[in-house]
Design a protein around this ligand. Sequence first.
Ligand code: SAM
Length: 462
Amino acid sequence: MPKLIPPVKSGESIELMITGLSHTGDGVGKTEEGFTVFIPLALPGERVRVKIAQVKKTYAHARLEEIIASSDERVDAPCPVFETCGGCQIQHLTYAAQLTMKQQQVIDAFRRIGGLEHTKVLPPIGMDNPWNYRNKAQVPFGQRNGKTVAGFYAAGSHQIVEFSHCMIQQPENDRTIQWVKNRVKELQIPSYNEKNHRGILRHVMVRTGIHTNDVMVVLVTNGEHLPRKKELLSSLIEKIPGLTSVVQNINKRRSNVVLGNENRLLWGDPVIHDYIGDVRFAISPHSFFQVNPLQTERLYREVKNFASLSGKETVLDVYCGTGTIGLYLAKDAKRVLGIESIAQAVDNARENAMANDIHHASFTCGKAEEVLPRWEQEGIRAQVIVVDPPRKGCEERLLDACVEMNPERIVYVSCNPATLARDASRLEERGFQMRGVQPVDMFPHTNHIECVTVFDRMEDKG
Ligand SMILES: C[S@@+](CC[C@H](N)C(=O)[O-])C[C@H]1O[C@@H](n2cnc3c(N)ncnc32)[C@H](O)[C@@H]1O
């Protein structure tokens, strides 16, 4: 094979027509030779001048220098740090166009990765007001020129971008973050330096319950000692309305993982609460809880529609977190069995079941890909299996065990269209047929999209 020589060089300025958006929200253009160039902040339909930044074998990354002809869908991003902060990628696109782009992203994933050309992908369910939706913020603390900085990381780096207001956080969350940040600076609590592993405060995590107004503040420290703890605590209690829980989380590891294993309750309750539908959930520092509560209700309603329960079914909630989907479905099912790998989330799921008087749901701690095949061998059967895996999707042995259990339906909730498309083609090869995909926009202004779909069993395995 002759070696391909890229037709562009680093530092070169070229003009391009933008024809699409990548799954990361970058504009995509092609040179005359058909060579692909990715350009952050460029939009489909735009003619742009770009400077090539990095050349790889089959594509290049470039910086936007000039918009020669602008897209009708371009808007001024309202957040002043949009272009530097890595939190949002597509605030410069109208919300209607964001939804169209996300639908196309799902269609493309099914076509390219799943080889499923004719998948029906419905228009995403969007938000009426696509701002102030997040109920959780994780703010890293660091040092710059000897001073404390706190904010969000810039895209693809650990450079902290400070902000005074985050437009996708719920107002209570946003206010709490700003307040804690300022107080930590005033009290001169030393922030963590990830280069030399010195300093103390690594992250502040804030979670709120929109239906309960509960607020949890988690102070992540590089060790047990938290200087000026009493002063910080008493001012938090005084100034943050709804404050329900203050936790110190100890994380001594040299790693990017935000939370360590040990939580110490400094004040209040160890959990906060929120509702999904009429089910009340406890949320601890470690537990996964969807970050957009309004859209979660819409997502779960879709799950319920796809599950079409009659009250006679055993339902599996695989990757159940704090048991949210299983407990939401419980009143329409005969029995619910959940599986989750984080022990604390399983404890929360059990407590959630008890607190809501749901006695026909049980939760098992373990890796789904190990527990489910074991259950299948033991003869456990379910009519409906719901899976809601992390971004990497389901392991093949898990899908095999689902198929062997011979359910009528498998409802698949996914935060990554690429792994959903891969797993969809595996389930279709194993005798299940996908009905259609419903994207739900859980993360407006970012490149993420959640999907829910259902696979019906085609042949009876007896
Ligand atoms: C996308 S979340 C879904 C949680 C829940 N269904 C919800 O809607 O809140 C995925 C969950 O899977 C859990 N998880 C990750 N890997 C797992 C595994 N191998 N086995 C079981 N659970 C796992 C995570 O801890 C997380 O709670």
